[in-house]
Design a binder for this molecule. Structure first.
Ligand code: HEM
Length: 460
């Protein structure tokens, strides 16, 4: 007989459909972990949903057995009807993904991203200026910084105004994606009952189909327009160095339709994948600094003493600013930008420590719980950058680096992690060097206590 991993007992047929919350899923997952252990099994109408709650299990399965743990679930609404299947984060494990990964890897490996360093540094000053002129709109400034930078790095497109056409499309698509398409956890009725996709759009109750037509067109515009603008430059040869130009040039005269398709979607994937998490980490950093002025002062003193007050920090300064590094580590850990990552779909039946893991199951790595491991991170709910200064052996040092978790695992691990790491460090260090981040004040001059609310959708 097959022994499934333990988990909450569900309804006879529908399974755990009532147990799975649509928001803050990591909190429920962490509660189950305490009750049931490192591997927790749930199912919804027979579809396995498995949480892996500790790093050893995740590395054992998602890394070492990556050959069968690297697919993504097939979501009819998201992938088929809205056309997101070409965005590589949702692409099935196979040739298209491999080609896309190869392109992204060429542009995003640690040495390649050094070429973007001047660009990153160039954008920090206008960002700080905008922040100083209107601090309350900080989220808009971070979004604009991140969007501007990504458009430049990927398409060589210079943003010159706030109403830049491509920034606007990216905003619209980001909003569609987070607040409409995946708002209910990314799962639609048509995902549970795929035959519904055949009902005509005019049919009563087929509102999802009418929405999908509009959203698909928007996503295609998002992939098409910046790429078309890049392509128009290839005719004159007047192109700044960027992800697209580097790969286009490498192909010489022989850019075939497949390469063009791959490049277009890899570029779009990088653009859509980079915006949200970068914005999340930087806003979490601002929150942490506002709540912990003593940490902010300590980091500012370090920066002032190492590089002085005459210039902004740059990436070459990074190795000489160890405390600032600890602050960044703790920002990545404390409210984890990605709490359960993106689900990996198990491609074959598997057995782990005697437990049967059925083919087709969705595997979630409980990053939130791993970053709250009391052995690696004592008092895990406390924001404490000093924890990284404590001397530990090499293995613990490696294990307590949050980068080993927040970017996901195995063959689907985030290809943008080195770029994200540099971008975020530079933003944090520049803000520490130039600004004092403090609580907002009300009309009577009293400080407003920030409300800490982490409320991501089910996927993040
Ligand atoms: C702090 C910033 C970021 C965080 C925390 C983050 C986190 C993640 C996570 C957790 C995944 C899923 C990994 C898995 O399935 O195991 C992922 C996938 C991905 N990320 Fe990131 N990411 C960040 C920034 C970026 C940037 C800057 C880019 C591009 C330039 C990017 C591109 C991607 C892509 C393309 C995927 C899909 C990979 C695949 O499915 O094969 N990310 N990221």
């Amino acid at each position: 007989t097959r022994i499934y991993p333990p988990g909450p007992r569900g309804l006879p047929l529908a399974g755990n459909v009532l147990d799975i919350p649509m928001t803050q899923m990591w909190l429920a997952a962490t509660k189950w972990a305490k009750e049931f252990g490192n591997v927790v099994y749930l199912h919804v109408f027979g579809l396995g949903i498995i949480f892996l709650n500790d790093s050893e299990t995740v590395f054992e399965l998602m890394d070492k057995r990556g050959a069968i743990y690297s697919d993504r679930p097939h979501l009819v609404m998201l992938s088929e009807l809205c056309g997101a299947e070409n965005i590589l984060a949702f692409t099935h494990y196979g040739d298209q993904l491999r080609r896309g990964h190869k392109l992204m890897h060429e542009a995003l490996h640690p040495i390649a991203i050094k070429t973007y360093q001047p660009l990153l540094e160039m954008e920090s000053l206008p960002f700080l200026r905008r922040l100083l002129s209107k601090p309350s709109a900080y989220m808009d400034h971070i979004r604009r910084y991140s969007g501007t930078l990504t458009l430049n790095v990927i398409y060589g497109h210079q943003v010159t105004s706030d109403d830049d056409e491509f920034l606007t499309i990216a905003e619209e698509c980001g909003d569609l994606f987070a607040n409409h398409l995946t708002a209910g956890g990314g799962v639609w009725m048509v995902d549970v009952f795929p035959f519904l996709k055949h009902i005509p759009a005019w049919f009563p109750g087929a509102g999802f189909k009418r929405k999908a037509v509009v959203w698909k067109a928007k996503f295609e515009e998002f992939a098409e327009k910046p790429f078309a603008s890049f392509k128009s430059k290839t005719e004159t040869g007047d192109w700044p160095p960027c992800f697209c130009s580097t790969l286009w040039q490498r192909e010489g005269q022989t850019v075939n339709p497949q390469m063009e398709f791959d490049l277009k979607w890899a570029a779009n994937t990088m653009y859509s994948g980079s915006l949200d998490p970068t914005i999340t980490v930087v806003s979490q950093f601002i929150l942490a600094m506002v709540l912990h002025p003593e940490v902010q002062i300590k980091a500012q003193e370090e920066i002032d003493s190492v590089i002085g007050t005459e210039r902004l920090p740059n990436l070459d300064d990074r190795p000489f600013l160890p405390y600032t590094e600890c602050v960044m580590n703790e920002c990545l850990r404390w409210t984890s930008p990605s709490a359960v990552g993106l689900p990996h779909r198990l491609m074959e039946d598997d057995v782990y420590k005697g437990m049967f893991l059925p083919k087709g199951s969705l595997m979630f790595a409980n990053i939130w719980a791993m970053l709250r491991d009391e052995f690696l991170f004592p008092n895990p709910n406390t924001f404490d950058p000093d924890r990284y200064q404590e001397k530990v052996d090499e293995e613990t040092e490696r294990k307590r680096d949050p980068r080993g978790y927040v970017f996901g695992f195995g063959r689907r691990r985030c290809p943008g992690m080195h770029l994200a790491d540099s971008t975020i460090w530079l933003l944090m260090a520049s803000m520490l060097a130039a600004l004092d981040l403090r609580k907002a004040k009300d009309e009577n001059g009293n400080e407003i206590e920030p409300v800490v609310r982490i409320n991501n959708s089910v996927l993040t």
